[in-house]
Write a protein of this length. Sequence first.
Length: 193
Amino acid sequence: MAVPAHHDPDIGGDQADLRAAATGDARAASRLYDAHARTIYAIGLSMLRSPTQAEDVVQDSFLRLWRHIDDLARDAVPLRPWLIRVASNRCIDILRKHGEVCDDGMPEPMDAAPGPHDQLATAQLGAEIDRALLAITDGQRLALTLTAKLGLSTREAANAMDMGERAVESLVARAKKALRRKLADVAADFIER
């Protein structure tokens, strides 16, 4: 999937593009996609750990946007939090449906510079981190992804998750604590190598 480079969308531009796309302006629709697809893909990849499923989340999120574009434009709904909420909910639906994350079988690209031993150690560490991330709750993983990985403020994450700021702060704190606990032994083993 070709995901456009990230840039912070202009909120006023979002609303203007939303209204224009609602009237059939293909360029405005393209600008909306370009402004938000990368964020949605990052959420999908972080939550589902599958590039294929992350692409599906982008597609599903934008299909939902196009179905509701008239209402969103009329009500001047802030688009970024709305799309994040749609993408997050879609990821949670997929996780619940499968009971666990489905891997598409495609290995993540590796840096060619490290030797085989370093590659194996890095892959093992990455697998341990993935397992630790999957062991925390969906809400914790989503809150951590939105704030730590995507750089949303607590207020933005709370809006996207449809909960209070303190609840998001609590989810992030519990996620970090759980990850530190789960990864402490792994980090010690990795450093000793």
